[in-house]
Structures are given as C-alpha cells and as structure tokens.
Design a protein around this ligand. Structure first.
Ligand code: ACO
Length: 328
C-alpha cells in the first residue's frame, strides 16, 4: 500500500516522548550467560548494550512515561485524546488491550483504544492508521505508542537471538495542523516469509511442542531487511517526487548496524543524515523508531522544517515507511 497524504487536510506530530528502562545489560554480561563475546556482538550487530525491563514492569509501564512526555509537548493532559493505538507484540496481556489500560490511566474516556500487531513495523503501521483517522476527521487528537518488552519472549539460552533485542517504548501525538507534516506512507507485508521470525505457540494455533520464545532465521531476516529498507524508501520518495538529496534525516529501524549501513550506502545517504542508536538500545521492535526520533532531535539533526524519512521492518514479514516534514 502506498499513498500520498491529502493536500487539503494537514496532519502532523505535535508531541514526542520516549522511555527505556533503567537496567542496562552489556555484551560482557551476556557473555557470562551464553557462549558469545563483546567482540562478536559488536562486529556482527553494532550493539554494545541494551535496556531490560524490571520484573515488575510491563509494556504499559514503559509506555506511560513516553505517552506523558508526548502529551505534555502537545499541550494535552490526555483526557482529550480520542484515539489511542499501541503497536506491540508484547502487550501487558492478550486482553484487555494495553491501549485500553493506558486510556484508563490517562483519563481518555472518549478514546477508541486498540493494540496493533505488525512486528517491529508496528509503529509505522500505527502512524499510518492514526494519520488516516485524523485526516478523515474521525479523530481530533491521536496518541500512537510503539513499544515492546521483548526480553519477556526471549530464550535467554539462545545466543543467536538474545544478543539482538532490548526493551523500550515511544509515543507521538498526531493532530490536524496548519502546516504540512505527513506527506506519504508506504506499507507492506509478505506472509510467506513469516516463518523466518515467529513465536510459535503464542496464539490459537496448536503446536506439539509450543515455544514461548522468538524463533529466528537470522540470515533470511537479514536479506529481507536490507532489501525492503531500500525498496520501501525508494518507492515512497519516487511517489512523492522527492530526491534522496532532499531528505534531511533518515531514521531506519534499529535492528543491526550492518543492516542500516547496507541500506544507507545503497540509498546514498551520507552517514551524518542517518540516526543510529542501536549500539545503546539493541532492537526495541516498535519502540525503535520513536527512540531514534528522540535522539535525532536531541542531537540537533531533526529540527523544524527537516524532511524526515522513517522506515521500519520486522516480523510478518512487514515493512513500512513514512515521509514527513518535521513541524515541531
Ligand atoms: N555469539 C557468537 N557466535 C554466534 C552468535 C553469538 N551471539 N550467534 C551466532 N553465532 C555463530 C553462529 O552459530 C555461526 O557459527 P558457525 O559458523 O559455527 O555455524 C556464526 O556465528 C555465524 O552465524 P551467522 O548467522 O551466519 O551470523 P551473521 O553474520 O548472519 O549474524 C545475525 C547473525 C546478527 C543474527 C544477523 O543474521 C542479523 O542481524 N540478522 C537480522 C536479525 C534481525 O534484525 N532480526 C530482527 C528483525 S526485526 C523484528 O521484527 C523483531
């Protein structure tokens, strides 16, 4: 699915927040749990450390500080949010939805609230949905949260996955605006590749030996990721008749520095235009892009007027890009 935003109705991000739990796990600590090393992890992934939720923290606990920051920046206390979408594969529980839990905590009594599952691409899918609802006039103020507590669904004895992931969440507020914010979205899914990154035994399908941990074919996911990051970016830029040189900041999903480097080179973006923070957080799934937006703002690269290209990819297999003019 690809489409440009409406030219008669403008929608933008009016607030952003991000949160990662306090507990840091370094590569050396992981090397004491599984047969790996700091050198291997840095060379193959670029990751140096990741944040891991405390036993008492569920997704809503990570999401709430991010949501509060985003709402504060947007000048809202949350009671006037009328759409709340949480993109995640690790909700507090299957139901009630984490979004309904957050809506209650925020006092958003008139909000439609639901969770959305699109793997690590969830935040991009949720942005597109919220954009559509706000642009159509169905919602006035939307809160989009992307976050995951992947540490809960990792096999902590599996060195091939445990080194990659971390926990974190981010949130944005979307509202109608005088200025053009979102310009276009491109979203896609390839269910045939779903077997390369999956959580068998996590739903209604019967498995003889149900697993409660992520299963991944790293090489296949790597090939998929490098392909779609480039393709999706090229498609959305071409649809908007925007050149790569016009893009001020590129915010790719933070899965692996090698994947990001590959996409960046193919796309021809100089490294100073690319936000990379995977070395500090690992892959936080739906939290990854909002955490990277936060860092891009903090280091001064994302500022008012910047043309920002974001692309996510992940389980499903799914991918998604958004192009927006930063108006904050
Ligand atoms: N420490 C040390 N050795 C390891 C580790 C580890 N943590 N993990 C694997 N190895 C070994 C393997 O066993 C293999 O050994 P062998 O040659 O004796 O068989 C060797 O290292 C090479 O393994 P490869 O899988 O070929 O390593 P590769 O260079 O492909 O890197 C990696 C593996 C990092 C997983 C890479 O394939 C990757 O990043 N893939 C994408 C993963 C990803 O991004 N997933 C998330 C997608 S987003 C979402 O929705 C969650």
């Amino acid at each position: 699915m690809i489409g440009k935003g409406r030219s008669d109705v403008r929608v933008t991000i009016t607030g952003l927040g991000a949160y990662a739990p306090e507990r840091v796990i370094t590569n050396d600590e992981l090397a004491r749990m599984v047969d790996t090393s700091d050198e291997w992890i840095i060379e193959r992934t670029g990751i140096r450390e990741r944040r891991i939720a405390a036993d008492s923290q569920a997704l809503s606990d990570l999401s709430m500080p991010a949501a509060r920051q985003a709402l504060e920046q947007a000048g809202s206390d949350g009671t006037d949010v009328d759409l709340l979408i949480v993109a995640t594969v690790t909700p507090d529980m299957m139901f009630p939805s984490t979004s309904a839990i957050l809506a209650d905590q925020l006092g958003a009594k008139d909000a439609a609230a639901y969770d959305l599952s699109a793997g690590c691409t969830g935040f991009m899918y949720a942005l597109a949905q919220a954009y559509g609802m706000v642009a159509s006039g169905l919602a006035r103020r939307a809160l989009v949260v992307g976050g995951d507590v992947l540490s809960r669904i990792l096999d902590w004895t599996d060195r091939s996955t445990v080194v990659l992931f971390g926990d974190g969440a981010g949130a944005v507020v979307l509202e109608p605006s005088e200025e053009t914010g979102f310009l276009a979205f491109e979203l896609g899914a390839d269910g045939a590749g779903g077997e390369h990154l999956w959580l068998p035994g996590s739903g209604s399908r019967h498995f003889d030996e149900p697993e409660k941990a992520i299963k991944m074919n790293g090489r296949e996911v790597f090939k998929f990721a490098t392909r779609v990051l480039v393709q999706s970016a090229e498609d959305i830029l071409s649809r908007c008749e925007v050149t790569k040189e016009d893009v001020d900041v590129y915010v790719p999903h933070q899965a692996n520095v090698r994947i990001i480097d590959h996409a960046t080179k193919k796309l021809g973006f100089p490294s100073d235009k690319v936000v990379v923070n995977v070395e500090r957080y690992g892959n936080t799934s739906s939290g990854s892009i909002p955490l990277a937006l936060r860092d891009g703002i903090d280091d001064g690269r994302i500022r008012t007027g910047s043309l920002v290209l974001m692309t996510g990819m992940g389980a499903g297999l799914t991918w998604g890009s958004a192009l927006l003019r930063w108006t904050l």
